[in-house]
Design a protein around this ligand. Structure first.
Ligand code: PMP
Length: 353
């Protein structure tokens, strides 16, 4: 059919399953196993339902102000959106508009090539080395002319955190395109590239409330960059949809930021569980890159990734598995509560015995 020839066809990103059954142990989408800060709960009761007839503030000022105070970044250097997926998608639309390829690792967040396809951005995947680490020189513009770079740090799904000094060198060798650092998992032990936005006009650092702030369901993401970079993103956003963030998300997001002790305690709890689970998994014959995120990317010495994935699922324990080359034998296991992880380990002990 003729009209179908001109349809914008894409193969969509496939998010992890959100099963209806509440009894499963859900370790498949890197959510936080703990609830949001108590202040969020309190505020929920006071959200004025009659205000829902009004549009939200298109500038999302209350949330931008709270982020500005917390991270000590001027308001005009902050962009907010409906989860970091929305922020990243806007960044693609705004910055990646070159004939030269956008660069990202072959193993990384699987949305990166989907946005590139959607927006018709040429792209090139750069292989991680055999230890799943980034070879930064591959991204230098003198080695690979490019129309942009996007790096997740810590990288997903491998969990490795790369040093900011390496990211900085990459930026120094890439002054003619925008470099995005996706820090969705930064609060679990990585080193943030945020200070680099003061030194380099072409760096965008993206973070989210979905993991460390336990608010994946509210969809709040944000980015820091130079004034110029943020202005270009705002112009694109206001040409697309003025009202991205809904009223409750704006208010509840502020409440989440206000309780810093709860935030830090929650992150520390998840990190402690992660380190304990690493030891348990090693003892069971798993190997994995040293994760600084809220998940572990693990491979068993004997049993295939697919077999384990299915056996766990059968038992009501959901983890993530991809069948792509190089990673088909790995499982990405989100860090849940200690109790959930104990059940996972107990099952694996029995299954692998
Ligand atoms: N970046 C990475 C690397 C992720 O793993 C995710 C979670 N799927 C996101 C961004 C998007 O998260 P959100 O839209 O919930 O902020």
């Amino acid at each position: 059919m003729s009209w179908e020839k001109i349809v914008r066809k894409v193969t969509p990103y496939v998010p992890g399953e959100q099963p209806k059954d509440k009894n499963i142990i859900k370790l498949n989408t890197n959510e936080c196993p703990y609830p949001p800060a108590p202040g969020v709960r309190k505020l929920l009761d006071n959200i004025k339902y009659e205000d829902m007839r009004l549009y939200p503030d298109p500038e999302a000022s209350v949330l931008v102000d709270a982020l500005s105070d917390y991270y000590n970044v001027p308001k005009d250097q902050i962009f907010v959106g409906v989860g970091s997926d929305d922020v990243l998608s806007m960044a693609y639309l705004t910055f990646f508009n070159s004939d030269k390829p956008l660069l990202f690792p072959d193993i990384t967040y699987s949305f990166y090539d989907v946005w590139a396809e959607l927006y018709k951005v040429p792209y090139k995947k750069i292989p991680l080395n055999d230890d799943f680490k980034i070879n930064f020189e591959d991204y230098y513009e003198e080695n690979q002319p490019n129309g942009g770079v996007i790096i997740a740090n810590p990288n997903a799904p491998v969990g490795i955190s790369e040093p900011v000094s390496e990211l900085e060198k990459l930026i120094q060798h890439n002054r003619n395109s925008v470099v995005i650092i996706d820090e969705a998992y930064i609060d679990f032990g990585g080193e943030s590239a945020l200070p680099l936005i003061e030194k380099y006009e072409n760096v965008l650092v993206v973070q989210t409330f979905s993991k460390s702030r336990a608010m994946a369901g509210m969809r709040i993401g944000y980015a820091f960059g130079s004034k110029k970079l943020i202005k270009y993103m705002q112009d694109a956003k206001f040409s697309f949809n003025s009202y991205t963030m809904n009223r409750p998300s704006l208010e509840l997001g502020v409440a989440a930021i206000e309780d810093d002790k709860y935030f830090k305690d929650t992150c520390a709890k998840i990190v402690a569980t992660r380190e304990r689970v690493k030891k348990e998994l090693s003892g069971l014959g798993f190997t994995f890159p040293d994760s600084k995120a809220n998940f572990i990317f693990a491979k068993h010495e004997r049993v295939s990734g697919e077999e384990l994935f299915l056996a766990l699922k059968e038992k009501g324990i959901y983890v993530r598995h991809w069948s792509a080359d190089r990673i088909a034998d790995y499982l990405r296991i989100t860090i849940g509560t200690d109790e959930e992880m104990d059940k996972l380990i107990a099952f694996l002990k029995e299954y692998l015995a």
